[in-house]
Write a protein that binds this ligand. Structure first.
Ligand code: ATP
Length: 350
């Protein structure tokens, strides 16, 4: 097994700075998710690790080896891509065996590993079929099997589930997580799907404009985003941000006043609060309900506070109606104060 390290990694495409001095350490056996909007540099970072892109500055390490100038085949990593690139003219067995044959393993060894991989991914009934005779989900499992049967200590996955329909995706997500639990390969997994990131990652590295803006466990990323960007990107619906001003230890907004962060008098703030961390009933926020959406497991309210809109998760059997005046109570320990000018959290995330 092996850790993975990026130290001040830079990549430039013409005038585009795709990676701006990225630092990231992925521990041995860790499942690290790279998450961020389209174009933020996730795939480029993965390709730099694989050796498919030459870096323009910095160092890439696998274990204690500097692999920055090594060809892909000498980096000993396995990869699964979005298009899952299974070979259509090869049967499932041969597809899974491909990497092992390239690595010149013995026939017996190949047979044993393909059987193991097929068992792990429940592909045994399909070994004699061609990819064209499989469903999308089964083809995707073939691509994963092909990657994991090699003994590469590092596994890279670039949006491997994005071509699957919603139900299959849900299933495959759990499968991949179970698989990682069993095989514990160091994994770097690219996605722009925040649910996938939250559910699978040991840690998540959130990227924006070629930089990593926060790295932490899913729980911390969700509860204590380092910036408005992270709070807005993660969570569906995203975190609410209400404008206010700090005054003598309180935060004063349009139509509300609540205890605020100390020592920030006169500073413009944003009160960050998740929709499920707001209670309907007694509370300091005066609101008018704009929309009520019953969603089965909960009711989603859109309410106006002053001139701003707020999302609130209420009970599934919520009695609240559109146009009703209600009071709302944000759970104080769930509030995340942001500096309105910089967009950064007032308290450093711990
Ligand atoms: P997506 O989620 O859409 O796949 P991403 O976060 O993986 O996006 P990258 O593919 O890493 O983003 O791209 C980062 C930036 O580098 C983008 O601005 C992209 O247009 C640019 N880029 C990537 N590859 C190349 C290339 N081969 N030539 C020129 N520009 C590139």
């Amino acid at each position: 097994m092996a850790s993975v390290g990026f130290e001040s990694v830079r990549k430039v495409f013409g005038k585009t700075m795709a990676l701006r001095d990225v630092d990231l350490l992925v521990a041995d056996g860790e499942f690290m998710v790279l998450l961020g909007p389209s174009g933020c540099g996730k795939t480029t970072l993965l390709r730099c690790l694989a050796g498919l892109e030459q870096i323009d500055g910095g160092t890439v390490r696998i274990g204690d080896r500097d692999v920055s100038d090594l060809a892909p085949r000498h980096r000993n990593i396995a990869m699964v891509f979005q298009s899952y690139a299974v070979f259509p003219h090869m049967k499932v067995y041969d597809n899974i065996a491909f990497g092992l044959r390239m690595r010149k393993k013995s026939k017996e060894e190949i047979q044993k590993r393909v059987r193991e991989g097929a068992e792990l991914l429940q592909l045994e009934p399909f070994l004699d079929r061609y990819p064209g005779q499989l469903s999308g989900g089964q083809r995707q499992r073939v691509a994963v099997a092909r990657a994991i049967v090699t003994d590469s200590p590092v596994l890279l996955m670039d949006e491997p589930l994005s071509n699957l329909d919603a139900l299959l995706r849900l299933h495959a997500r759990a499968e991949l997580k179970r698989l990682h639990g069993e095989v514990k390969r160091t994994t770097v997994y690219v996605t722009h799907d925040q649910i996938e990131a939250l559910s699978m990652g040991d840690r998540i590295a959130v990227m924006r404009d070629g930089q990593i803006v926060q790295v932490d466990t899913p729980g911390v990323i969700y509860d204590r985003p380092a910036s408005v960007f992270v709070g807005s990107f993660i969570g569906s619906p995203p975190m609410n941000f209400l404008k206010c001003v700090a005054r003598n230890g309180t935060a004063v907004g349009e139509g509300f006043e609540i205890p605020g962060p100390p020592g920030m008098d006169g500073k413009k703030l944003l009160m960050g609060i998740r929709p499920e961390s707001i209670r309907v009933g007694e509370g300091p926020l005066q609101a008018r309900v704009v929309v009520v959406e019953p969603l089965g497991s909960h009711t989603l309210l859109t309410a106006r506070v002053g001139s701003e809109l707020l999302k609130v998760v209420d009970d599934p059997d919520s009695q609240v109606r559109a146009d009703q005046e209600i009071r709302l109570a944000p759970e104080s320990h769930k509030i995340r104060w942001m500096n309105a000018e910089s967009g950064m959290a007032v308290q450093a995330p711990s």
